[in-house]
Design a protein around this ligand. Structure first.
Ligand code: SAM
Length: 332
């Protein structure tokens, strides 16, 4: 089975190496575009790949889609029509088209295909689809695949998760937390107390307040005015290393977006683990060096595993030179 995988262009080779470790008999075919590769799986099925990625803590594969047929663009309409009886009419379906050539008008093509699906009684949705038709077009052919959204790792084309800008948005970093919630399907608490380590200027704090949590924000830097006047935000203008040893509160959630060496940040999460309630979730970013990223991630994860169970690690669309880690306080 051929599979298209997508990673951030700067981590494409690392993502390929992760896939080749999961399926040692797989054969890399070629790059379709920057960060978008075509691979032939051998030992692992497409439907098992997403869970293998989670199990092996592979962090750089952002999106997957299967290739069931390679065909001229003109034949897509009839190829999809023949599959219509196989789709679940009760579940939303999305048509996701990517291309490496300007010769393809993706909007026109999508409208054409969607019209047929809607006429056949299917529910086509851009947001939160359960079933996905994935198409990648180059100048001479198209790659077509059908899958469940969970198998693709992200229900956005190529994992390019977009969020609308909000008027009261504080920082672009907000998108990282929103994307982590969506990609890892997190149910964050909607009441109680959250600890935001490295909070300034306060984007993540704003998201947590919107969820309904009260927030303790720790950062020597300033918080946005809207948060300074919020009685449910307490700002400790300190380093985390000063705040945590004296902390008497217990938290339902810890988030950490500190600009700090990844292993140091992991050690700070260990120091903070006693203030996280049993079973509480933690979300953090690990800032990566320009070289040796896998080694740094492995070191940081080995530290974190002393006190947390790792739920997921991913270089998200809104992450730059970093990965986001989601974990849960463990009994250790
Ligand atoms: C990327 S910014 C955080 C952005 C924030 N998540 C948001 O959404 O607005 C990183 C922050 O980490 C803070 N930081 C770095 N080292 C720290 C430390 N030892 N203790 C507390 N904050 C620290 C910096 O002051 C900086 O404000």
């Amino acid at each position: 089975m051929q599979v298209i995988f997508t990673a951030s262009p700067e981590f494409a080779q690392t993502a390929l190496a992760e896939l080749q470790r999961i399926d040692r008999q797989s054969k890399f075919l070629h790059w379709l575009d920057q960060g978008i590769g075509l691979i032939e799986l051998n030992e692992v099925t497409f439907s098992a790949l997403a869970s293998q990625i989670t199990a092996t803590k592979a962090a750089f594969i952002r999106h997957l889609c299967p290739v069931m047929e390679v065909l001229p663009v003109e034949r897509l309409q009839s190829a999809i029509a023949s599959q219509i009886p196989l789709f679940d009419r009760t579940q939303p379906l999305s048509v996701q088209i990517r291309s490496n050539t300007k010769a393809i008008n993706r909007t026109e093509l999508r409208n054409l295909l969607v019209d047929d699906l809607v006429a056949a009684g299917l529910t086509v949705a851009v947001k939160d689809p359960v079933q996905i038709i994935s198409i990648f077009c180059d100048s001479s052919k198209s790659y077509l695949g059908f899958s469940n959204a969970t198998e693709n790792l992200s229900n956005w084309a190529g994992g390019m998760h977009r969020f609308a800008h909000e008027d009261d948005q504080i920082s672009r970093a907000e998108f990282k937390l929103l994307e982590a919630i969506a990609v890892f399907n997190l149910t964050l608490p909607t009441q109680g107390l959250a600890l935001d380590l490295g909070a300034s200027p306060g984007g993540w704090t704003r998201i947590l307040r919107k969820l309904g949590l009260s927030v303790v924000a720790v950062d020597p830097g300033n918080l946005a005015d809207s948060l300074q006047s919020d009685p449910k935000v307490s700002h400790y203008r300190q380093l985390v290393q000063q705040y945590v040893p004296n902390c008497r509160d217990r938290f339902d959630l810890i988030v950490n977006d500190m600009r700090m060496d990844a292993t140091d940040s992991a050690k700070n999460m260990i120091a903070a683990s006693p203030v996280l309630k049993a079973g509480g979730l933690a979300v953090m970013t690990l800032k990566l060096p320009s070289k040796g990223v896998k080694g740094v991630i492995n070191q940081a994860i080995a530290i974190l595993e002393n006190k947390y169970e790792i739920i997921g690690i991913r270089n998200l669309f809104h992450n730059r030179q970093e990965v986001t880690v989601v974990m849960q306080s463990s009994a250790k």
